[in-house]
Design a binder for this molecule. Structure first.
Ligand code: CA
Length: 458
């Protein structure tokens, strides 16, 4: 008797912003084309307020696996190990009869726990001819990482036991820096310039110095591209900035960066298409939950930044599209706030399981069914600990409040100022809003149980 519970195909890339997915209709929509990721949204649901609680690779991954915020699961910074003592939705699905697999980027300083099959890159891994560790043994393949990770996922699906439901995590390395694209995509975006964000050269109008002094600027990127990285040549070709003005350097670095980045995404989208085709061919589409997401967002020149880490929209928002024909109405859009700690609880819910009592996330199955509970959250807590830009804060439906380690604060009105150019913190016109958002942050700090000592600080 085969198990009727849904299969779950979870595809996650690394640093893929909503602005580089066509169905999100962001400011790059003239050039971005991701037909296969769009297909998941068109046949399922697009989530417009999916929030990462700590916008960095390892912490986001740990929060997804455990359903806990960083201060609870112990992965606050890059490469920290995830202890097996924490809840783990994969382990729970495995124990309940799911066959479980992961291929690609893991990026936690510990071995994957709860997987029948795991074949993961060491740390960041390589774009070309990558090495992996497969259930503890070294492997290596010739070719391009995105294609290989798709192949490994398909190979495992083909070899599975068809009488048991599966959970497959296909975790791409791309489009993480240094943005090495497949040779077959070298000619994409060569016909002229990609549009620039409106705040490429003027990062802010008025914000705290803590925010203004974020170190990941396009100008610093231009210098890195010009000088090479750690003594090596820039992998996709060095940028010669000799004789350029500051503005010209920013412009040139932006064009090179965004084009390399978008080429990486084309290979991911092709891989998504191959996985969707496989489900169709095998008659698995109806009973398989398909997710496409990324561990957090990415700046593509907005505020003259690249990279992530900040509570600002480009970095904070995760793309999240999900298809499950039995439950989700095609072409639907959800604007409720969901957080990466909710993912595991949701998949367990669809599999008829309750999350561990230590899980802090909440299933958003009802949202998938088009029915938002009355008491659904109206705001999300955020905290970032890795390096000089330590800060925490809250993102509500209409406002973002950032509290920096310097004690400075920024408050953004997302409706009137969607590009977050001007902090209204201290503006008398926002006195009531400011008090409400501050109170909401205090409430969240209590709710997620983080002490003053645990909050990001000096
Ligand atoms: Ca990442």
């Amino acid at each position: 008797m085969s198990d009727p519970r849904p299969n779950i195909l979870y595809i996650m890339s690394d640093d893929h912003t909503v602005n580089a997915i066509s169905c999100y209709n962001g400011w790059l929509k003239e050039v971005v084309d991701t037909p296969n990721i769009d297909r998941i949204a068109n046949e399922g649901m697009r989530f417009d307020n999916c929030i990462c609680n700590n916008a960095l690779c390892s912490p986001s991954r740990a929060s997804i696996i455990t359903g806990q915020y960083s201060h609870k699961n112990g992965v606050l910074r890059l490469n920290q190990p995830l202890s097996d003592d924490h809840p783990n939705f994969v382990r729970q699905l495995q124990a309940s009869g799911y066959q479980t697999g992961i291929a690609g980027k893991w990026h936690l300083g510990s071995e994957p726990d709860g997987f029948d099959y795991w074949e993961v890159l060491p740390g960041q891994g390589a774009y070309f001819d990558p090495s992996f560790t497969r259930n503890g043994e070294p492997t290596q393949y010739e070719g391009y990482a995105t294609d290989i990770i798709t192949d490994l996922s398909l190979n495992w699906l083909k070899a599975r036991d068809p009488d048991k439901p599966f959970l497959m995590l296909c975790h791409h390395k791309a489009p993480h820096g240094l943005w090495e694209y497949a040779p077959r995509h070298a000619d994409l975006f060569t016909d002229g310039d990609v549009p620039e964000p409106s705040n490429l050269y003027k990062p802010f109008d008025k914000v705290s110095s803590a925010l203004e002094n974020h170190h990941r600027t396009m100008l610093s990127q231009a210098e890195r591209m010009d000088e090479g990285v750690r003594g090596r040549e820039w992998p996709t070709g060095r940028l010669d900035t000799t004789g350029m003005s500051t503005q010209e350097k920013i412009q040139a670095a932006y064009q090179k960066y965004v084009k390399d980045y978008l080429r990486c995404i084309t290979a991911i989208d092709e891989g998504v298409g191959r996985l969707l085709d496989y489900l169709d061919e095998e008659g698995l589409t109806e009973n398989t939950i398909v997710v496409y997401t990324s561990d957090q967002g990415m700046f593509l020149g907005e505020h003259s930044y690249f990279d992530k880490r900040l509570i600002l929209e480009e970095s904070l928002l995760m793309p999240y599209v999900m298809r499950y024909p039995k439950v989700i109405a095609p072409g639907s859009v959800n604007e409720d706030i969901v957080v990466n700690v909710d993912f595991g609880a949701t998949y367990l819910d669809f599999a008829g399981l309750q999350p561990d009592a230590q899980v802090q996330g909440r299933s958003f199955r009802a949202l998938c069914e088009g029915d938002t509970p009355e008491d659904w959250r109206q705001s999300a807590f955020y905290a970032y600990w890795d390096g000089p830009t330590k800060h925490y804060g809250v993102r509500t439906q209409n406002y973002t409040l950032a509290v920096h380690r310097t004690g400075e604060r920024d408050l953004f009105d997302l409706e009137k100022d969607p590009w977050e150019m001007t902090s209204v913190y201290g503006d008398p016109a926002y006195a009531d809003v400011q008090a409400e958002v501050e109170a909401d942050l205090a409430r969240l700090i209590e709710e997620i149980d983080i002490s003053a000592e645990e909050l990001p600080q000096e």
